[in-house]
Design a protein around this ligand. Structure first.
Ligand code: DPP
Ligand code: ZN
Length: 855
């Protein structure tokens, strides 16, 4: 497979003004007729992309073309010497019924329960018809859909123009949709299904009445209210915070159970993984439900950041994703405590993005080359991309950031643009912002180290900071980046903040002086995680304990607990802290915090996941050792606070369900306390768990209890698992939880994984189900990195390589850090990967494997 390079970008030689699509779905295939009106922009061939298509006919300006009139190879159809104005008529046949890749037009479900949907981002449209399938080609789409009446739901982008019966075919009907907005083909969507619909409306700030519809299977339609409310909240939020209103008369969301991603922002017709739109208290945990709202908002926000202003090419993916993730994170921060939101976003970043940046898959937020763009829907592009926008927003301040985004929307509406364009619009009030371009170009997580010096004679505190980024092979030597370090000085006696500064570290080493400081303060750095870097500051444990008590910002308090925990757990890695300071500080902080902010209290008990800890280890990573250390510390915490658990648990009684930040906080903390109590063998804790399970008012309570019982292997755990299965066997998303709670259990074995894969409800064609076992299982490194564990894991990749290469390749990326393992695990993993390479078929897996093996 060949590499595509950013530096080779060329404008398309032809634009498409309009495309009329006629999609006829039959029992075993679909026929697609398209009419493209194209106009020459520059010299060069007329190039269309097409994959897995049976070409039946192509006409140019009315004359049928023979095979001598065009070249067809490697997924391209090329016409040389085309005139300046071209009307192409193309007829192809495809087979959505056997499309297991879940890209292009495909069938979801089986037997009598099937539906047809599209997924076109990034390059799925070329699996529907021949087309200049690239994001800088924008066109007006009109779509006619025709199918058997057993699929009453016929949807496509835009407005419904016409619908009716097909002449002489009493069992068939059609609908015609017209989208008045210019859009790239990756935003095309259509649906042929039998769905119910939840309807609502929204009046925009510009006075437009928008019909809102969420389509789902009839059994699921009662789980769409949360999503609908989130949609209205998001529409309002974008008007208030960015001045952006919706631009069509209709906004549709469709839920589908087989989907590779979370959701897709197709113009006016979002398609969602059921897991990311359906929510009800009885079947959905709070965490899931909260992420449903965030994803609804994310896809809605794309309407401006992605759809109206789109990417010039796929290297610019972060232009829409980074900005849109930043926007959805800000939206979510307004729906709960902003400290907890920041904690969760940073925890995700540290666990996944830092580890990606530390390993062989490290790439710049804007990559410079790829073989398969699907391999770059990564946490670096998304989450690190969002961090860059956040740094820019914080550097500019709220008012200037808004001026900048207004300018971005004004200047580029309707265009396909680049990261440079984005920075240039945001620079209208402060051109320093353009320096942030290096953050988009340079891979690797910067490490910021520092120390302080206090001179009592001059009452001056100096803070020295330096930055270092590892040199990732294949890239230029790293240069210093602009790193905003939000800093506060705390007076040791009063515990009060005496100064707040934003230090901009933009050289390799810099010294910052603070004057008129009466006595040596404790310095709090990187507040609110002001930059996506690792911080090594020469704190004493006592300083951190001090900050845990006195920091005013909840995020910073959590950050301090994480530093303490990391020091304790990464002892072998050169740090040397005793848990006492940490345990004491926790014991002091927890009771009051539990009453004030239960959600934050729950987070303060976080111990970083095994994967997150592993991301900081570059050599001789021993999964058993890390697991043992994590468990030992967890046990110590549970025992140190043993006297408190019963009181806390009682303080957090189960009440009738409410979806408020307070109620969610109570439920989250109760689950943590329950787990701690079971860990410390508190008298009666097993009964608490059983009662919580039996009397649960919602899934957060029920699943929290189940998970605790499974992880602690309480005597009746199997009965509760069986009960859970019985109760919810009709609900796929809950059965996913049932699989994952077993596959991710601390005590899981490869035998359990094997039996889950052989379970009658296991389904290779449903990515959610595959992930519920396989991704869950990969959270247990002691089992994953064994002969049998790797056999299973790579076996799954082999099996999916052909059927669903996007999914196979994503699963493979989890193995990227094999090279850091202690022997003999490292060699074992290496051999398994080499073996996988012998069988690799898709360019997705081949590209990922090549990178992973380069470690
Ligand atoms: N649907 C994916 C997302 O919204 C890709 N655009 O991130
Ligand atoms: Zn997105």
């Amino acid at each position: 497979p060949s590499k595509i390079n950013l530096k080779d970008y060329k404008k398309p030689s032809f634009d498409v003004e309009t495309i009329d699509l006629d999609i006829k779905l039959f029992e075993t295939y679909a026929q697609i007729d398209s009419v493209l009106k194209m106009v020459r922009q520059t010299t060069g061939d007329l190039v269309l992309f097409g994959e897995d298509l049976e070409l039946l006919m192509v006409k140019m300006n009315g004359s049928q073309l023979g095979t001598e009139d065009y070249q067809q190879q490697a997924g391209k159809l090329t016409i040389s010497d085309a005139p300046n104005e071209v009307t192409l008529e193309i007829q192809v046949r495809i087979c959505p019924q056997t499309n297991t890749a879940l890209e292009g037009f495909y069938m979801a479900g089986s037997g009598d329960d099937t539906m047809f949907v599209t997924q076109c981002e990034p390059e799925g449209f070329r699996k529907i018809t021949f087309y200049p399938d690239r994001p800088d080609v924008l066109a007006i789409f009109t779509t006619r859909l025709e199918a058997d009446k057993r699929y009453p739901t016929l949807l496509a982008n835009g407005n419904l123009v016409e619908a009716g019966e097909v002449t002489d075919e009493p069992n068939r009907h059609y609908a015609i949709w017209h989208d008045p907005t210019n859009k790239p083909s990756y935003l095309f969507a259509c649906v042929v299904a039998d769905l119910d619909v939840l309807t609502d409306s929204y009046k925009t700030s510009e006075g437009r009445n928008v019909l809102l519809e969420i389509y789902a299977k009839s059994a699921d339609i009662d789980k769409c209210d949360v999503g609908m409310q989130a949609l209205k909240d998001a529409m309002k939020w974008d008007e208030v915070n960015y001045g952006r209103a919706y631009d069509l008369d209709r906004y549709m969301i469709v839920a589908v159970s087989q989907f590779n991603m979370g959701a897709m922002e197709n113009k006016g017709l979002n398609i969602f993984n059921t897991a990311c739109v359906l929510s009800s208290p009885e079947t959905t945990t709070d965490a899931r439900s909260f992420s449903v709202k965030a994803i609804i908002a994310h896809e809605y926000f794309h309407n401006w950041t992605g759809n109206r202003i789109t990417c010039r090419d796929w290297f610019q993916l972060c232009l829409k994703e980074g900005f849109t993730v930043y926007r959805d994170q800000s939206f979510s921060a307004d729906q709960q405590s902003s400290a907890v939101q920041r904690i969760d976003d940073v925890a995700t970043l540290r666990a996944h993005q830092f580890s990606e940046d530390a390993g062989p898959l490290a790439h710049p937020v804007r990559p410079e080359s790829f073989v398969e763009i699907n391999n770059f829907y990564t946490t670096t592009v998304y989450e690190k991309g969002a961090e860059i926008v956040r740094m820019i927003a914080n550097t500019l301040g709220q008012e200037d950031f808004r001026k900048g985004t207004d300018e971005y929307f004004r200047r580029y509406d309707g265009q396909a643009v680049t990261v440079e364009d984005f920075l240039s619009a945001l620079s209208i009030t402060d051109n320093k912002i353009e320096d942030f371009i290096d953050w988009y170009r340079q891979p690797g997580t910067p490490v910021v180290s520092g120390h302080q010096n206090y001179d009592s004679a001059t009452q001056t505190l100096t803070i020295t900071l330096s930055q270092q980024t590892r040199h990732v092979s294949g890239f230029d030597a790293p240069k210093p980046l602009p790193i905003p370090v939000a800093t506060a000085l705390f007076d040791k006696d009063s515990g009060n903040i005496i100064a707040e500064r934003m230090l901009l570290l933009d050289q390799a080493t810099q010294t910052f002086a603070c004057e008129d400081v009466a006595s040596e303060p404790v310095v709090s750095l990187l507040r609110d995680f002001s930059a996506p870097v690792q911080l090594n500051y020469d704190y004493q444990d006592e300083d951190l304990a001090f900050l845990l008590t006195h920091e005013t910002n909840g995020f910073n308090r959590w950050q301090v607990t994480q530093m303490l925990v990391n020091r304790i757990l990464l002892q072998g890695q050169g740090s040397k802290s005793s848990p006492d300071v940490y345990l004491q500080a926790l014991a002091q902080t927890l009771p009051r915090l539990a009453a004030d902010d239960a959600m934050l209290a729950a987070r303060l008990l976080d111990i970083p996941s095994a994967q997150e800890l592993a991301s900081a280890i570059n050599k001789n990573y021993d999964p058993e050792l890390i697991k043992a250390q994590r468990e030992a510390l967890y046990q110590q915490v549970a025992e140190a606070l043993k006297d408190q658990w019963a009181g806390l648990y009682e303080q957090l009684p189960m009440q009738s369900y409410e979806d408020s930040a307070d109620a969610r906080g109570t439920r989250a903390l109760r689950n943590v306390v329950l787990d701690m109590a079971l860990t410390a063998n508190v008298n009666g804790a097993v009964e608490w768990a059983e009662q919580q399970y039996n009397n649960a008012s919602c899934m957060t309570e029920r699943f929290g209890a189940l998970k605790a019982m499974v992880n602690h292997q309480v005597t009746n755990a199997d009965e509760y698992l069986a009960d859970f299965y019985e109760r919810f066997q009709e609900n796929d998303l809950v059965i996913d939880l049932w699989f994952s709670v077993q596959a991710s259990a601390d005590t899981v074995s490869t035998d359990v994984i094997q039996s889950l894969l052989e379970h009658q409800d296991f389904d290779w064609n449903t990515p959610n189900r595959v992930r519920s076992v396989i991704s869950a299982f990969s959270s247990q490194p002691t089992v994953l990195w064994t002969q049998e564990g790797l056999e299973i894991y790579t076996g799954v990749i082999k099996k999916l390589d052909d059927a669903n290469p996007v999914l196979a390749s994503r699963l493979l990326q989890t193995l990227a850090r094999w090279n850091t393992l202690v022997e003999p695990r490292r060699q074992m993993a290496h051999n398994k990967l080499l073996d996988l390479q012998k069988h690799a078929a898709s360019k997705h897996v081949i590209e990922s494997l090549e990178s992973v093996l380069k470690a």
